[in-house]
Structure formats: C-alpha cells, structure tokens
Design a binder for this molecule. Sequence first.
Ligand code: MRU
Length: 349
Amino acid sequence: MTNFIKPVIWEGDAIRLLNQQKLPREVEYIFLKTIEDVWNSITELKVRGAPAIGITAAFGLALWAKNSGLNELEILKSELAVKAVYLNSSRPTAVNLSWALQRLLKAAEEEASAAKVIERLETEAILIQQQDEETCKRIGEYGFSLLPDDATVLTHCNTGAIATSKYGTALGAFYIAKEQGSDIHVYATETRPVLQGARLTAWELQQADIAVTLITDNMAAHVLKTKNIDAILVGADRITANGDTANKIGTYGLAILAKAHGIPFYVAAPLSTIDLETATGDDIVIEERHAEEITHIGGKRIAPEDINVFNPAFDVTPHGLISGIVTEKGIVTGDYQTKLKALFEGVTV
Ligand code: MRU
C-alpha cells in the first residue's frame, strides 16, 4: 500500500500544512493560525493544486469563525461572507476555492445559532477533505481503466496526493496502476516556471516507487514522437460548461502535441472543478504571477534587469483537443456540453 503524505492536516485550533515550497529538499510542516496565514500560504503556493487549496480555504474559514468570538448569528453570517470573499481572492483560476467556500456558507445558512454555525463549519470542512479522498480514488480507478497494461504516460505539473487530500487526480491513475501491479512508467514535465513537475511530481512518484522520468517542458514533442507514449493525463483548475479546461501553463501545448501524434489526451478532475456557471474557456480569469518566477531560478537572476515578462500561471485547452474528462462519476467524452451537465443531475456516465 502506498504511504501518502498529507498536505493539509486539521488540528482543531490550527491547520498543519505541508510547505510545498520547500520540497523536495525538506519535508516541512507549518502551522496556520490566522486567516491571513491561510491567504498567504495559498498565494505563495505553500499549498497548491485545485482541491488542496479548496480544502485549506475551507479550514481557514472554519478556523476564523472559531476564533472570531462572535455569538450573534446574523453578524457572524455577514462577517463570514466577507471573509469568504477575502480567502477567495487568494488565487483566481481554480474554481475549487470558491466551490469549497460556497459550500461552507451554504451549510452555515442551515444553522440556527452562532455556536451551531461554528461547529458546522468545522465538520463541513472535515467532510470536504474526507470526501475528496474517495473522489480521488474513484478518479484514479477510472483513469487507470483508460490505460493499457504497463502503460507509458506523460503528465504535467503536479496532480498528486499533495495537490488533493489523497491519491490525486491524474496521478491517482498512476497510484492505482501501481496498487494493481501494473508496471506504469511516467514522464513528468518539469513545469516551468514554478517546477511543480521537477520538485513535486518527480518526488511524489519516486517516494511511491513508481517509475518516473523527468524531462524539461520543451522535450515533450520529442518524447511523444520517440518514447511510445500511450496517453497524456493532466489535471484541471476549472472546466467550463462546454468542456474547455484551464490547467497549468503548458497544458494547451501538450494537447496540441498529443493531437499531432495521435495520442489520447485526458483531463482528470473532480466535479468540484467543473464550473457550469462559466460558459467557455474565454470567460476564465487566468492568474498572472510575479516576474521573478521567470527572471530568477533558485533566487538567482537569470534574465537581464528590467526585462518585460509575461507570466500566466494557466492556459485553456479547448474541449475539442480533449479525448475524455475523467471524473469520480465516470469518463465523459464527446458532447461535453450535455454530458457535464448530466453529471450534476445524478447521472453516472
Ligand atoms: O499553480 P498550481 O501548482 O496550483 O497549479 C496546479 C495545477 O495546475 C494542477 O494541474 C491542478 O490544480 C489540478 S491538481 C489535482
């Protein structure tokens, strides 16, 4: 059995968080005690990956409520709404963040006293994390079902246990492969500029004893052409009603390369990443991050002073390039517009 490392641990009066900025050099846990700690950790990518930031924000809101000292129901509820907006502003692209916060606010609406709201927020946040474990396992099983025996696959960014609560999404399929005795081999792109592939995916898979080969992003076309890649599996930060998918910058390019090489390109994500309120990928807000992520490596400047930099953290893959979207309720192919909506109506695809 795989020994999964937990990225987010609820301590009742604090969040114990795996500091992903320090990996793989150091496995450090930090304690988040205030809502500002939570906001900063999400913004600074100490916790990252769509489901993991949703879980952290949920605990952040529950923690704030617990420490608020508010005992007047209406005041607490209106303050909660303000704090949810604040936490939601920490990163704009992954919809799991607002999904988790909205779920807590909705739960709060069902309670009749401030004390009950505070209690309910905590249990709801715990539930979100627990349900994500089961969700990811299912996604992993469905993802694995798409792969041939002893598959060779390529993935981008980090979609593993540390980006979720356990297993991960795209990486969930590789963990299940390993658990089922299949000899999977994963090519992991380093994922410039923040290096989630090199620092996190390479480390996570190595820890789990899954065969992993690290490549730079610009080697992907060559690897697809020469290494008998069976499929590309990636995660998602937001999937719109028509199936367009925002994911780590570079994903769109990989989807084009997959098509050029006749290789299936799958997106693996929970329903909490599907945003039916947003019609197409053109409507997704793409986060732009600091220039230093590009001009510096390991704290050392590699580009000239005052150079202009464009640093979008995500891109959007049009649904037409996606061979299938793997969810906890099954694999969606073809008419995403109709079938994604059906997922929320209790239909298993
Ligand atoms: O900037 P990051 O590291 O939060 O980006 C993460 C990704 O793009 C992941 O692919 C996505 O969140 C899915 S994680 C299961």
